[in-house]
Design a protein around this ligand. Structure first.
Ligand code: BT5
Length: 324
């Protein structure tokens, strides 16, 4: 296996701008085409990116580049966010590590980043696809002194920060789909997961998870999300440096978080609304108790979505998936 792998990498690096057919690669490596195909899938999982064209074969697009904790923190202009940073090559989920750190009294602003997650998760135990070297898989530990009922605001604050960071790093115009999706050209680029540990009504810690597809290629996405997901590189047509983007996200988020702690949610609500896609649109909200369809009329001070149905009844939506 490792012999095939070595010969494959050699063949691709010696023929950088050419397509190599499965048969040609099989000849070079002295194995079957199935073995080549399997090995290419393996390399893809590790962050190698290939372009596959029918009848021509494969071309290597990029080799994986790992970040380092130093390259991320160098030049980071924050006081709290990311001052304490844990960087991993591969983990099950950065959320899991961050919540363990929270219990070990890690300080506010602690950040956990991994090149890959083998069990990345979304809301309600859904899967979050996190292939190696292609994205930003990051969790931030916060300890805000706010009541539990206000915790959903943190998802909205994060969404605003992520949008601002993407706007600074690219020419793209990202939009927020309530509550936790960042979309570009109608496709999901980033998902946010806010998890909290609390006792009675006091928050012990909040872990904010951000999963951002940065340099993911279409082929990196599993079939079931290929039509709904995209990455910054696909939409912008170029590779985006992840380290700088992480710094920008942390800087934007810290500013918004401090603004929130001193001035409350209102200034953030206004920014959030200016980025929201779904306001004023006819949608279907799928909640745990059933579906509600109607027109979105905005969010409340607490970040709750308001939907007006055809009978004019206004529904408060605390948690749902939105279909437009
Ligand atoms: C989310 O959940 O969108 C929250 C995702 C949070 C991921 C971060 S990564 C760092 C931290 N560590 C973790 O383990 N998680 C956090 P939700 O709204 O439930 O959306 C999940 C759905 O998005 C899945 O069911 C798929 O349909 C789709 N999906 C999965 N992976 C995706 C990807 N990479 N890009 C776009 N869509 C994806």
């Amino acid at each position: 296996q490792s012999g095939i792998r070595k010969k494959l990498i050699e063949a691709f690096t010696n023929n950088e701008n050419e397509y190599l057919s499965g048969q040609k690669l099989a000849d070079i490596a002295g194995c079957s085409r199935t073995a080549i195909w399997k090995q290419i899938e393996e390399l893809r999982k590790e962050g190698f990116q290939f372009q596959a064209v029918r009848r021509k074969g494969y071309k290597i697009v990029s080799i994986p580049t790992a970040m380092t904790a130093d390259k991320i923190t160098l030049g980071l202009k924050t006081e709290i966010f990311g001052r304490n940073l844990y960087y991993y090559d591969s983990v099950e989920s950065t959320q899991k590590i961050a919540s363990k750190l929270a219990n070990e009294a890690a300080e506010e602003g602690t950040v956990v980043i991994s090149e890959e997650q083998t069990a990345g998760r979304g809301r309600m135990d859904r899967k979050w696809h996190s292939p190696k070297h292609t994205g930003i898989w990051m969790s931030i530990l916060l300890r805000p002194k706010i009541p539990i009922s206000k915790a959903p605001q943190l998802t909205l604050i994060t969404a605003v920060g992520v949008v601002q960071a993407i706007e600074e790093a690219t020419e793209l115009l990202p939009q927020i789909k309530w509550p936790n999706d960042i979309m570009v050209n109608g496709k999901k680029i980033t998902g946010i997961l806010t998890e909290l540990q609390a006792e009675a009504d006091s928050i012990h810690s909040v872990i904010i998870g951000i999963g951002m597809n940065v340099n993911t290629l279409e082929a990196d996405f599993p079939e079931e999300i290929r039509r709904t997901a995209s990455s910054l590189s696909i939409e912008a047509g170029r590779t985006i440096g992840r380290e700088e983007l992480i710094r920008t996200i942390l800087e934007k988020l810290e500013k918004l978080y401090l603004l929130y702690l001193t001035k409350g949610f209102l200034p953030i609500k206004l920014m959030w609304e200016s980025y929201a896609i779904s306001i004023g649109k006819q949608i279907i909200a799928r909640t745990i108790t059933g579906e509600i369809s109607g027109k979105t009329i905005g969010i409340t001070e607490d970040g709750v979505l308001l939907i007006e149905d055809s009978a004019g009844v206004i529904h408060h939506i605390y948690s749902a998936d939105i279909k437009m």
